[in-house]
Design a protein around this ligand. Structure first.
Ligand SMILES: Cc1cc2nc3c(=O)[nH]c(=O)nc-3n(C[C@H](O)[C@H](O)[C@H](O)COP(=O)(O)O)c2cc1C
Length: 355
């Protein structure tokens, strides 16, 4: 099977969630024996359709533009057995690069009007290959893809729409993430690729695993908002923040505890059990604690019954240490914060939390 994957993401590598998700799908397709070619639209010169309809009359089937679409991509498109259109969701639909590509497939159609299933259409000049659509979106609800679903089902009604792969909460997706949720989605994408090659479809069970929610608004929004606010305060882009592995700076006890829960790596904690009590002073004053036990973390406000370590600190000092703006040991020597109990916990704690 000859597969052509068209990737319209402007990003690449580890920051492109379109590329990451597409790569897993293509891995499965290659494993199942497909001959896969990937075209990255950001590297190509594709001019906008100017609506001259030259391709419908003067040079039937051939566009007036002599660019990568005419010379390379359209011939590959027509020669493939399956096309994967992979796009980030921008403003609830395909991004501009993908839309430009789609408009430039006009030479495939004939100018004549026909009525099919009660709607006006243009018949195809060539047999067009089946298409699978893949899109990734930042928001957590699947309804974010409703407009795109409607669009592609209408657009490809004459062509076979072999699969629609929609992945929400895309920004939680990383190649290196070992989280259980992500590793199952990755395995399901690889499986989906194999199924596409063997049966030209993805079975409902595999699709449910691919689309499985990773988070919801309640979990995503506070952390996302904290990250955006940190970027604004630091005057850097989200991409720069990711490169620097910037830690979002909590601005309340709730966001501090949320960050601890979010960054906790249960698989690193083993049988470790301890409770740390924080008594914060200063602008954000209050008490809270977290307990690590059986590879999971529990957080609470107020006083814990039996803390192993108590930290008394101005909130801002602890947030400076947390976000690596200050050195924890130096701050301790300078008595910027004080501890009671098993201080060795502090030395070991870093290993249980990721960025
Ligand atoms: C201009 C723009 C518009 C976007 N519109 C939406 C949107 O409507 N809904 C959504 O959930 N995410 C939206 N996003 C987020 C992207 O879909 C998301 O970050 C995706 O992972 C980008 O794919 P990439 O990593 O391959 O660039 C938008 C991002 C940008 C830059």
């Amino acid at each position: 099977m000859k597969v052509l994957a068209i990737n319209s993401s402007a990003r690449t590598g580890d920051v492109s969630k379109t590329e990451i998700v597409l790569d897993y799908l293509l891995q499965g397709m290659r494993e199942a024996g497909a001959d896969v070619t990937v075209v990255e639209l950001r590297k190509k010169k594709i001019r906008c359709c100017i609506g001259c309809f030259t391709c419908w009359t003067k040079t039937p089937g051939v566009c007036i533009h002599k660019d990568d679409m005419t010379e390379e991509i359209l011939p590959k498109y027509l020669a493939s057995d399956l096309v994967i259109l992979a796009t980030p969701l921008f403003h609830y639909t395909v991004n501009a690069m993908m839309k430009t590509f789609i408009e430039r497939t006009l030479p495939i159609a004939l100018p004549f009007f026909e009525k099919r299933d009660g709607v006006t259409t243009h018949p195809y000049r060539h047999q067009a290959p089946p298409v699978a659509v893949l899109s990734v979106a930042g928001f957590p609800e699947e309804s974010v893809f409703d407009a795109l679903k409607f669009y592609v089902n209408f657009l490809f009604r004459e062509q076979r729409l072999a699969a629609e792969i929609y992945r929400t909460s895309s920004e939680m997706f990383t190649r290196s993430s070992a989280g259980k949720k992500i590793s199952d989605i990755r395995d399901a994408l690889i499986q989906g690729g194999r199924e596409l090659v063997s049966s030209m479809k993805i079975c409902p069970e595999t699709m449910d695993r691919i689309k499985k929610p990773m988070t919801d608004f309640e979990e995503m929004a506070p952390l996302g908002n904290l990250m955006w606010q940190t970027c604004i305060n630091e005057g850097i882009t989200m991409g720069e923040a990711q490169k620097k592995r910037l830690i979002p700076r909590p601005d309340s006890i709730e966001t501090f505890l949320m960050l601890m829960r979010f960054s906790f790596k249960g698989n690193k904690a083993g049988n470790t059990r301890f409770t740390i009590q924080f008594n914060f002073s200063g602008q954000v004053a209050g008490e809270c604690y977290f307990t690590i036990e059986n590879g999971s973390i529990k957080t609470g406000s107020g006083q814990s019954d039996s803390p192993d370590l108590i930290i008394e600190s101005p909130f801002e000092v602890w947030m400076d240490i947390l976000t690596r703006k200050a050195d924890g040991q130096k701050m301790f020597m300078e008595k910027k914060y004080t501890t009671q109990g098993d201080i060795s916990i502090l030395m070991r704690m870093g290993a249980f939390f990721g960025n």
